[in-house]
Design a binder for this molecule. Sequence first.
Ligand SMILES: C[S@@+](CC[C@H](N)C(=O)[O-])C[C@H]1O[C@@H](n2cnc3c(N)ncnc32)[C@H](O)[C@@H]1O
Length: 220
Amino acid sequence: MSEGQERAWDELSGRYRIEVPRDEAATSVLPGSELDPHEVFGRVAPLVVEIGSGQGHAIIHASRENPATDFLAVEVFRAGLARTMLDADREEIENLRVIEANAPEVLDHLLPEGSVSELWIFFPDPWHKKRHTKRRLIAPDFLPRVARVLRPGGVLRLATDWEDYALQMRKVLGESDAFEPAFDGEWAPRFTGRVMTAFERKGLAKDRQIRDLVYRRAER
Ligand SMILES: C[S@@+](CC[C@H](N)C(=O)[O-])C[C@H]1O[C@@H](n2cnc3c(N)ncnc32)[C@H](O)[C@@H]1O
């Protein structure tokens, strides 16, 4: 991290970062360490979780635009979280917290069942290499984790600039009983709450089409 990011990490963690009990790995979550979002935010409000929030551009924008909603950024990239906290501090944002942890473990061990109104995953595929396709997040074993934390009727929003990943997302979600598509036609319209990030810009510069998908958690 840069000196500024180190300083942000030290000075702003108390305000914005949720400390997580760890298992063995540095970004792990100790099983059984459930979090109470109402206690964390000091109120009862809809909760939006962004997985892989990167530099935080989307979630900072959303927190600013939606003060009645609470937002949680989940990232393993510490410098990105430091940047997110710096921006939150600069904009005096109160309805945002960040967690430095591996997302599947956050879903399994930290977020209570039915606690999330929306879950966002935008451009989750930084390494587009054949050998990494097995490590993609949006795969059949990931969906029950998302389904557990989303409230019935809750929304899962996805975006990617890789056609084969978009097709994989649509296929696995189409096969899941826990989710229903919330769009007509082939792909969802661009989510208006999703701001342009460096990753999207990079994809567009290489003439890749950006595809959005949106699904609703089926009633239990
Ligand atoms: C391609 S970047 C996209 C960032 C951001 N969503 C955007 O659109 O600019 C993907 C991000 O996901 C994060 N990520 C990947 N795997 C993760 C995991 N298992 N848990 C949490 N974050 C993860 C990476 O650190 C990276 O910042």
